[in-house]
Unconditional design. Sequence first.
Length: 450
Amino acid sequence: MTQTGHAYQAASATDQAVGSGSAVDDDWLFRFELFQGLLEQSGLNPVSSIPDVFVNPEKTVVVLTGQISSSFPPRLIERFCARGGHLLVACDTGFSAGRIAEFQKGPVIVRGSQNRYLNFEDCIVISDFPAEHPITNGVQRLVFNRTGWLKKPRWFLPAWQQLANLPANVSPRNSRSQPVILQVETTDSMQGRLLVSADHSVFTNGMLWHGDNALFAIQVAEWLAEGDRDRLLFISDGKALSGFLDSPAFQPPSIDMPTPKTDLATMLKYMTALANNVVKTSQEKNLTNELLARQPRGISASKYRQILLMALATIIILFAVWRFTATSYNYYQSLPKREMKSALDLNHEELGRQEELSRAASMLARDLCRELTGSTDSRVWVQQLSKQSLNPRITSLDRAERARLGTIVDIATNNRTVHVSKKKLEELGGLIQDFRQQHHSQALPSGEPA
C-alpha cells in the first residue's frame, strides 16, 4: 500500500490506457481543477485575498482543502459562516477545528471484501445517504481514498447533520460507523452554510471518475454557490489558487505564428514588378496588336487604345490591392460601452464600500484580540495589548511592533466607522497573520479568559 493510494493508481492506469500514449501528469490527479471549474461555472469569480472575503461574506464561497493553515483558523470559519458565507472544509489529516469538529487522521482500512473498491483495502465504498439532502440526492455510492473520520469536539456539541458514515467493518476500531461528511451549525443564528469532509480526495481530479463522486461534486458546487454569490476563495494546502483555466493542464500548446508584415514600399515594389511582367507578357504574345486588330467599329484607334490601357491598369491595381489585404490584416476591437452614473450614485457606492471595508477590518482585529487575550472584553484588550500595557511580553517587543499592535487594538475597540482602503485592509490582514503566527510560537502573550 503506497502513500498515494490505490484508487489514484487505477485512475492513472486507466487514463494512460485510453490516452494518446503519453504518461498522465500524476500531480494533476491530486489537484482540484475540475471541482474548481464546477464552482466557477456556477458564476463564482476566483479571489486570492483572505480579507476580501470578509468584506461581503454573503456573496462569497470559501473552500479549504489539504493542510489547513493558521491563516484561516476555526473561529474565522465560524464568523464567516455566521455572517452568511458558504464554506467547505475537506481534510484527511489530524486537525482540531475548534467547536466545529475534530478531524482524525487516516487511512481507514476495510476489513473483508465488502465495502472495498476494486479490492483495495484503503479505498472505501459508502452507499448509505440521506435522500432528502440536496448534495446526496441521487447519489448511490461514494468512493473514498485513504480517508480519515470526524469526531465531536470535547467541550462543545455543535448541531451535526451526518451525510455519510463509515461502515462497521473498518479499522481503527474507533472509526467504525463514524461520519466522514457533515453539515455543521455551531449556533442557531448561523446564516451561512458549513460542509465538512474528512477526505479531500473525493473532490480531486483523479477521484471524480469513481462511483458517483462526479455527481456528488456537481451537487456540492451548486449547493455552495446558491444565492447571489460571485466570489470564490479556494485554498489548497494553505495556498490560494487562481482560476482553474490558469492551470497548465488547460493551456494550449504554444505555436509560433509570425504575423506577415507588408509596408507601403514593398507594396509599390510588388505593383511595379507586376505591371512590368504584364507588359512583357503582352509584348511577347503581341496582345496589343491582336486587340487593336479586333477593334470594334465606330471607335477611333486612339480612343480604343486608351480604353484598353485604363482597363489593364485597373486590373493591375485591383489585383495588387487584393494581394496586399490578403497578407496584411489588423483587428480593431470596439471600446466597451459604459453606463454613466450620477455623482450621487458614485458617492453612495463609495460610502457603501467604505462601510464594508470598515466592518471587515474591525472583525479581523477583534478576532485577533480575542485570540491573544482569551477574553471578549475590550477593556482587557486595551489593558494587555495597547502601547501603554505593562505586560512583559508586550514591553519586550520593539517600538514599531508595539505601535502596529496598538493600531490593531484601536481598530478593534473603535465603535465608529474606520476609514480603511482596500490596500490598507490587505496590509492589516497580513499584519494580523504575522501576530497570530508569533502568538502560536509563544512570542506573544496568551491571556486568561476574563
